[in-house]
Design a protein around this ligand. Sequence first.
Ligand code: ZN
Length: 237
Amino acid sequence: MNVLIWNEYRHEQQDEEVAKIYPKGIHEAIKEFLQTDDIHVETATLDETDHGITDEKLAKTDVMLWWGHLAHHEVADEIVNKVHQRVLEGMGLIVLHSGHFSKIFQKLMGTGCDLKWREADEKERMWVVNPSHPIVEGIGEYIEIEKEEMYGEHFDIPAPDELVLVSWFEGGEVFRSGCTYRRGHGKVFYFRPGHEGYPTYYHKDVQKVIQNAVRWAKPTTREFSSYGNAQPLEEIK
Ligand code: ZN
């Protein structure tokens, strides 16, 4: 299975505090816990040619992860359209944290994807609300993150096909933190935690959810359905 982790990779290069947490970038931190004998992981970042998303790489990617924040507008529409097409063809897509405002997520959702936010070093308790879902296999009743950025409802997304995780924040807000969607032949998972200023991607349960999500989002078929004018399978009387 081929996984491509796409990261904007700006905070880590511009902000010393973030660089201390993710010295090699968020993409490398995620790669470290995702790579196994049966999962080949590659990374791509915004400032590479074509944002590191070449046609060749995209064609062989089974599941793509997306982390972006500062520079969503710098992502070329042409690349977004190619990623979108691959999702419709069956590629899995896992959108992380501030990726809620990425062009690709907004295009797939068809809504504004806005939300409330606050940086106040507050506790997040993410409740499993769909305990039989493969994405939360091995997770207890909830995941507790000592300090995270708050994301609050209303989250302007379409009703998820499956709601897997709901967050509570110390300040009182709640948020739909784990949402699945089907778009065309592809599976999409939005996963909330992962603010750049906190070591969230070193949290074992957060890692577990992402590992599970990658396996869940794997294409179940590589054959694209045929559309358009069709010959009858039997003689029509
Ligand atoms: Zn954030």
